[in-house]
Design a protein around this ligand. Structure first.
Ligand SMILES: [Zn+2]
Length: 288
């Protein structure tokens, strides 16, 4: 069942769980993630970053939309970290049902203006919109290079209230102490759960966590119970996928993708299943 993000996350908000947003970059990863979500009866957000859209091409979207329609669990197809208004129009055109516009690196008033403009266009055709306030570290191709906790500007509750009211976003990515990508060695991330509580008490909409690969499970689990309803997962599943693939490829005689990819998908899905349990999303498809 294909849904937009607002309908998907409203149920998560009501029942205090989080929907995993898994970043996928190819067909094998996509079908693997759909299968593990169906096995666990978990709602799913398929997140595709603009760099990933460039990699898979627009033509594959039709197949992704088709598979989402026939899925036995609710699926949202989400444009992750949209950078421009034009990208959002592309997302609308090729079949996404949810978009993120990330103006968090812009001056505040410019972030408001861009996000409001995106929300007007996306809402007109039934897509939902995620905005971002505060910063969660720079996202580059190998995000582990150069992200430091000092890069995080925490989300300000007063500003967040103003932002949501003026932009009309359906959900908000907040900066409460996670960073994108794998963390540098020796960095001990810690979530500001009191800030999360304050944000949630003032903003009843679904809140979103980006990053968090190295935050302890127990902390992430508590954040979910305090009002985070979407958690982005990218590095964790890709590391599992490619670590296993490197092991498989140690055998130089292998050449067929249908021999090489399945063990990598299996390793990826073990991590995905763990996240689904951690976010209390297993079995929740039955609520829709
Ligand atoms: Zn992100």
């Amino acid at each position: 069942m294909l849904m937009n993000g607002a309908d998907l996350l409203a149920v998560a908000n009501e029942h205090s769980f989080a929907v995993p947003a898994f970043n996928i970059s190819d067909w094998a990863m996509f079908t693997g993630i759909i299968e593990v979500s169906e096995q666990r009866r978990s709602p799913l957000i398929v997140a595709i970053h603009p760099d990933e859209v460039s990699h898979i091409g627009h033509d594959l979207l039709a197949a992704i939309v088709q598979r989402a329609h026939t899925s036995s669990v609710p699926v949202t197809i989400h444009w992750d970290h949209g950078g421009t208004y034009e990208q959002i129009l592309t997302a609308i055109q090729i079949g996404f049902t949810s978009v993120m516009i990330d103006g968090s690196m812009l001056p505040y008033e410019e972030n408001v203006a861009l996000t409001a403009r995106v929300a007007e266009a996306a809402h007109a055709v039934g897509l939902s919109v995620e905005g971002e306030l505060g910063t969660i570290g720079k996202l580059d191709e190998q995000a582990e290079a150069g992200v430091a906790v000092s890069d995080i500007i925490y989300t300000d509750p007063d500003q967040a209230e103003d932002f949501v009211r003026r932009t009309g976003v359906d959900s908000l990515a907040v900066a409460i102490g996670t960073a994108h990508g794998l963390y540098p060695k020796g960095l001990k991330p810690e979530l500001k759960l009191d800030l999360l509580q304050e944000l949630k008490s003032r903003l009843p909409i679904p809140l979103v966590l980006h990053g968090g690969s190295a935050n302890p499970d127990e902390e992430i689990g508590r954040a979910v119970k305090l009002g985070v309803n979407k958690v982005n997962i990218s590095s964790d599943i890709k590391v599992a996928y490619h670590d296993r693939m490197r092991e498989v490829l140690a055998d130089p005689t292998l050449r067929e993708p249908n021999t090489i990819q399945p063990p990598a998908i299996e390793a990826m899905n073990e991590v995905a299943a763990h996240k689904i349990e951690l976010f209390d999303a297993a079995g929740r498809a039955d609520l829709y």
